[in-house]
Write a protein that binds this ligand. Structure first.
Ligand SMILES: CC(C)(COP(=O)(O)OP(=O)(O)OC[C@H]1O[C@@H](n2cnc3c(N)ncnc32)[C@H](O)[C@@H]1OP(=O)(O)O)[C@@H](O)C(=O)NCCC(=O)NCCS
Length: 209
């Protein structure tokens, strides 16, 4: 449910262990965008949209002030990307590589095999397909560069823009949990989970014929 979330997941290593994203060549470019790792100095641009109610309504954390955002940024450097258009930050993405659930004897085979995504766009540039384009590139990176087997994303079911985005980039809705997720204003809401497997990605991107 967006970046900077305090998710209960087993992540690969700790802050002092290299991030799987270190192995990727940055920036990554698409037709209109450039994607790169976040850096502390990005706080100023991120604050412009990360403080807006229409954004914080759906994401895990609402920063009280810019200093708090800077703290989160410092703690989340290993799995955060920013999306730039025309040299300006227009969005950010979490790519959190994590372990899959596994039985004890095969736990080593399940380490770092999947990633959870979270996405946030400056509403000033919404409705132009920027985040779909950025997430498409992140999926390519996850499967083709990092060799992951599964990519997931979670949202409140009522967050229709986010659900449409997941579906637009080809993710499959595979979970609908009833009133499992507590919203700070709206109470217990349904949560939805999306996923895409490497073989599904390959089938979609394989040239026809
Ligand atoms: C979720 C969120 C990123 C979606 O933003 P978005 O602007 O709808 O996404 P995109 O940038 O991919 O744009 C897609 C929209 O532009 C339209 N569009 C226009 N040109 C397009 C193009 N070239 N390619 C794709 N879509 C295009 C699409 O039809 C779509 O509109 P629709 O959903 O009304 O049909 C945004 O609402 C957001 O940041 N919300 C707050 C934070 C949040 O909820 N994060 C997720 C928590 S789970």
């Amino acid at each position: 449910m967006g970046s900077w979330q305090a998710a209960v997941v087993t992540t690969v290593g700790d802050e002092d262990v290299p991030s799987p994203l270190d192995a990727v060549v940055w920036p990554r470019r698409t037709a209109r965008l450039s994607l790169r790792r976040v850096k502390p100095a990005d706080a100023e641009q991120l604050w412009h949209y990360r403080r807006l109610e229409e954004v914080t309504r759906w994401v895990t954390r609402r920063p009280h002030d810019r200093a708090e955002l800077e703290e989160w940024l410092a703690a989340g450097l290993r799995d955060q990307l920013v999306v730039e258009h025309g040299g300006r930050i227009v969005g950010d993405l979490m790519v959190r590589v994590e372990d899959a659930w596994a039985q004890r004897e095969v736990v080593a085979q399940a380490r770092g095999v999947q990633a959870e995504l979270g996405w946030t766009l400056d509403p000033a540039v919404g409705g132009r397909g920027f985040m779909s384009e950025a997430v498409g590139e992140v999926l390519r990176m996850c499967f083709e560069d990092l060799g992951l087997r599964r990519v997931t994303a979670n949202a409140f079911a009522v967050n229709e823009a986010s659900c449409r985005l997941a579906e637009r980039v080809g993710m499959r809705r595979e979970v609908h949990a009833v009133r499992d997720s507590l919203h700070r204003d709206l109470g217990w809401l349904d949560g939805v989970g999306y996923a895409l497997l490497a073989e599904e990605w390959a089938a979609r991107t394989r040239p026809a014929g």
